[in-house]
Design a protein around this ligand. Sequence first.
Ligand SMILES: Cc1cc2nc3c(=O)[nH]c(=O)nc-3n(C[C@H](O)[C@H](O)[C@H](O)COP(=O)(O)OP(=O)(O)OC[C@H]3O[C@@H](n4cnc5c(N)ncnc54)[C@H](O)[C@@H]3O)c2cc1C
Length: 412
Amino acid sequence: MRVVVIGAGAIGLNCAYALERAGAEVNVLDSAGIGAGASRRNAGWIVPTMSGPVPAPGMVSQSLRWMARRDSPLRIRPRLNADFVGFMWQMLRNCNPRQFEAGLSATLALNEGTFAAFDALAADGVQFEHHQRGLYLLFSKEENLHHHAEELRSLTELGWAESTVLDHQALQAAVPQLSDNVVGGIDCPGERYIDPNSFVDGLAAVLTERGVAIHTDAQVTAVERGPDGRANAVIAGQRWPADAFVVAAGVGSGAVSSLFGGRVRVQPGKGYGFDLSTPAEPFGKALYLAEGKVALTPLDDRVRLSGTMEFGTDRSVDAVRANGILATTRQYLSGWPEPSSTAGAAPWSGQRPMTPDGLPIIGPLPDQPNVVIATGHAMLGITLSPVTGQLVSDMVLDGAVPPAAVPFRVDR
Ligand SMILES: Cc1cc2nc3c(=O)[nH]c(=O)nc-3n(C[C@H](O)[C@H](O)[C@H](O)COP(=O)(O)OP(=O)(O)OC[C@H]3O[C@@H](n4cnc5c(N)ncnc54)[C@H](O)[C@@H]3O)c2cc1C
């Protein structure tokens, strides 16, 4: 079977990988480059325990408080655009315990195979920087620490990762830079992280070796249909005929799906980050600065700081908001990063594909079984990319929609 995958991010590359392994003849098309969307611009965490959807109980009041602060972790810039207004309205309606719990358990179920799927990629020759050291969650408020510890305890009871609450002193033994603002933290030894650049490059290298062509500078602008009404080719500079199509175009997935006649609601949720070359080995695990919602990822050659969520804006970098990440870091870690270590480090931005209910969209377009959508992975697009690839491959090649995928269908 000939398959065209649209999008060479973590999701598209994993779909192409699983499809090729299952015997399909695959072409990947991307308008900008391998990992040019969000897939190189993220914290690289593989965190099944963070499976809770973004629309959560309490999010509305928290958002209102944050909106008053110019450098806060969340910004919603109101736009008079029907799609945007409808999206935000739906997202607000999903901020209730029932939807949150349902989304959490569906995403946890999807994540059951996540660690094994990353291990299988590595065993199959995909080379990427992969750390299995776990992470520390740091808290500046006792009540937040206890609330989060309680949530993690219920995940442990369900068979998910172990976690241990640490007081300030115990945490400082592991993270000497800890500031006095930190009251304590949680050790999550089972979580992992990767270098996202090495991940997309490693996947692309294996795909190319196995004969999958990845065409960059190939923006899909039109869809052609056969006499039976089914899509049989896309236009991206030239004509790309295929039996089936996978739309994994990140924040561009709404536009691409509409070329196929489908409706997929995705809005960008912009984040920022910095890559700092020093200090060399600042702490043994990744750190999550809980109240400030900043992730610190210690990689082999740099430390990556990332965070913030902006709705309703473009890809440009707002220096005040990006610098809020550095200011937050200094609140949790004394003396680090030093101003000198950040000089010259330009902030980058990445756009997470967000959906109104916070769940990914994985499944065929209604009435078009040969067009499968794989997008909307929000804050978990790296984590969920290998299991999504496997699901999509099964859907494309066998027409199967397994029960675990039902909560993620397009017309939910
Ligand atoms: C600051 C930040 C931190 C994050 N941290 C984490 C984390 O720690 N763990 C985690 O799991 N996730 C994290 N994420 C989320 C993760 O990065 C995304 O969910 C994931 O990268 C989405 O992958 P994707 O392949 O769907 O989209 P993308 O990587 O955006 O790829 C989509 C591709 O489609 C292409 N495209 C678009 N339109 C067209 C078209 N018409 N024709 C052809 N090609 C097209 C684009 O050029 C792009 O390359 C983070 C995101 C951000 C911004």
